[in-house]
Design a protein around this ligand. Sequence first.
Ligand SMILES: Cc1cc2nc3c(=O)[nH]c(=O)nc-3n(C[C@H](O)[C@H](O)[C@H](O)COP(=O)(O)OP(=O)(O)OC[C@H]3O[C@@H](n4cnc5c(N)ncnc54)[C@H](O)[C@@H]3O)c2cc1C
Length: 381
Amino acid sequence: MNFSIPEDLQMIQNSVESYVKKELRPLEKKIEESDHIAIDVDRMLRKKSVALGYYGHNLPEKVGGAGLTTLGQALIGIELGKTTMALASTVGFLPGALKFTKPEQFDWFLNPILNADKVVAYAVTEPDAGSDFGRVSTHAKKEKGLWCLNGTKQFISNAESADFILVIAVTDPSASLKSRFTMFIVPTSTPGYSYVRSFKKMGWHGHPLGVFNLDNCLINDDCILGHVGGGFEAVMSTINSTRVHLSGRYIGMASELMEMALNYSNQRITFGSALNQHQALQFMLADSDVEKQAATLLMYEAALDADANNPKARISAARSKLYGSEMVGRVADRVVQIFGGSGYVADLPIERMYRDARAFRIGEGTSEILRIQIARNLISA
Ligand SMILES: Cc1cc2nc3c(=O)[nH]c(=O)nc-3n(C[C@H](O)[C@H](O)[C@H](O)COP(=O)(O)OP(=O)(O)OC[C@H]3O[C@@H](n4cnc5c(N)ncnc54)[C@H](O)[C@@H]3O)c2cc1C
């Protein structure tokens, strides 16, 4: 397998790396401590990202995105993993389903999003339906030419400040999973839409996760993303590349942690020698290095499979996401230990990464669901 990185992608990665260091890193502490990113700062950063050409980098060129390959998206993921989730989200890895936007939806919907004048969120999860997509009960019924939406969605990233939400709803309850759902563009200004609350959470400070209700929300056919019955396809069609991008983030975070651990363990003296001379800590560094490298190789393989439309792509993306998300949790745990008390207090970003990494095993396919997918593939082979 050839994992060499094309020069143009390397340049994009380097450019995002320096953007994260110069523009995002200085904002991390304040956002982390206040658990809030001011709307004007959020919009200003999104606009900067638009100007630099990063915003919507994962979307195809035919809808105005940068058309980056999955490998390119993964490399950007590595750099975004080095900052907080709130700041990373301003760089504009957008919901992949936007690729289904029709030309007549560009002016009022997609272009304002791609220019960062409007913000979009993506809503599948409900109080009674998380991993089990088949239990989604938000529904849309056509009445007098309009779609009437009812239901509740929860744990929705950025719903708090979103102008539009992509909502998965049942349109044909008797149909199979593949054609039961439709994806709707719901403007949050629609009467009947109400934002209920934001959760207080363990990590991802400044990145709001919210609940909203749809109570007899009336929208027209113009607000269908893709086609009626195409919701499942809209959710699944970019799930592999999203998982590979996220794998990149886990590797980026692990790299930051490792760099800090290597520097600190070289400087800190206990019992007459640097920490890195104690074998117990050397083993922690070695295990972290091996696991990070393994995650990187899985990520490259998954990216290349996705870009080649290889039928293996679904499983290689699942493997990469599963292993990477668990790897960074273990690395964060070891690095807290290497730093001792200094790893536990909030003067350094280590405890923040430890908390942030915990969610990686839950969003975009929990570890258990990914294991089920991988195991079923093995059993059926
Ligand atoms: C930080 C964060 C951001 C998120 N952002 C979004 C968003 O923007 N939009 C959105 O729609 N959702 C979002 N989510 C929701 C996320 O997708 C769900 O939390 C996830 O799908 C799991 O669903 P659940 O929380 O309902 O857990 P459940 O599905 O209830 O699962 C609970 C536990 O049981 C396990 N489990 C479930 N079924 C099985 C089984 N068959 N066998 C073995 N174990 C099983 C799960 O792995 C999990 O450990 C976000 C979540 C987080 C934490």
